[in-house]
Design a protein around this ligand. Structure first.
Ligand SMILES: NC(=O)c1ccc[n+]([C@@H]2O[C@H](COP(=O)([O-])OP(=O)(O)OC[C@H]3O[C@@H](n4cnc5c(N)ncnc54)[C@H](O)[C@@H]3O)[C@@H](O)[C@H]2O)c1
Length: 256
């Protein structure tokens, strides 16, 4: 993809599933990558995988909800690679004790609501807040968030998750509007069901995979690499006229 070999990217939540696929695809396209994740050890492993394939990567233990950590990750990427062109904010608190208790508007424990908004929405704002000044120094760049189809469809459960993701969609439009003339593009990817190492057994066990697959206009569920490919496209110069969009990559689960 055009231009990626000269770029530097930061992926927050890069040490699992979709985030790792994003790191690997960006690196395979020649982009230098800083892998940030709350799981510092796993982030280090992803960076090592990239270097073993001949790519450029560093890692950093980063909690997306802690401003100092996010600032540190961006600073380290800039110090190591000379600047920043791409941000992919991907992290979300998908732990069973959080999303597993994210129920409906009447019953959701407020600490679950607060935690979800804190990590899944405010954390993305923090990433943008510290990345944008660096992107401006390079004359612009690409900001990419991982949203979800639940931000524009409906679910009877997971009210906080959907609200946080809808907030991310609003953040996309805000950034695209506020800094578009200065060369910054902002987009979100709304994945459909993507099979990862973590969710596969749970979904399979609950029979969810088969149910979701039946609603897709595709013969298969998603793979992390499907999302990594869209990240690379949006990060590259091939995507330079795409901004302010929430793009569904979901095998046709949602059609608009
Ligand atoms: N897998 C799907 O089907 C699917 C569908 C729609 C949207 N999404 C979204 O895609 C993104 C990635 O999901 P995934 O399925 O790859 O999950 P995953 O659990 O495999 O990866 C999430 C990564 O984020 C990290 N993380 C969690 N909390 C963090 C924090 N506070 N700070 C920094 N890193 C943190 C985790 O350690 C992990 O490496 C999420 O935003 C999720 O909401 C996933």
């Amino acid at each position: 993809m055009r231009g990626l070999s000269e770029k530097v990217g930061v992926v927050v939540g890069g040490a699992g599933g979709i985030g790792t696929a994003s790191c690997l695809r960006l690196a395979d396209e020649g982009c230098a990558v800083a892998v940030g994740d709350i799981n510092g050890e796993a982030a280090q492993e992803v960076a090592e995988r990239i270097r073993a394939r001949g790519g450029r990567a560093i890692s950093c233990q980063t909690d997306i909800s802690e401003e100092d950590g996010v600032r540190d990750l961006i600073s380290r990427a800039v110090a190591e690679f000379g600047g920043l062109d791409v941000l992919h904010a991907n992290a979300a608190d998908l732990s069973p004790e959080n999303i597993g208790r994210d129920s409906d508007a009447v019953d959701i424990p407020l600490e679950v609501f607060d935690r979800t908004i804190h990590v899944n929405a405010r954390g993305h704002l923090l990433c943008a807040r510290h990345a944008i000044p660096e992107l401006l120094k390079r004359g612009g760049g690409s900001v990419i968030f991982t949203s979800s189809g639940s931000s524009f469809t409906s679910e009877a459960q997971r009210v906080a998750y959907a609200m946080a993701k809808a907030g991310v969609n609003a953040l996309v439009r805000h950034i695209a509007n506020r800094w578009g003339k200065e060369g910054i593009r902002a987009n979100a990817i709304a994945p459909g069901l993507v099979r990862t190492e973590k969710n596969f057994e749970i979904l399979e066990g609950q029979g969810v995979l088969a149910a979701v697959l039946s609603s897709m206009r595709s013969p298969r569920v998603g793979q992390p690499a499907d999302i990594g490919a869209m990240v690379a496209f949006l990060a590259s110069d091939d995507g330079e006229w795409i901004t302010g969009q929430v793009i569904a990559v979901d095998g046709g689960s949602t059609m608009r």
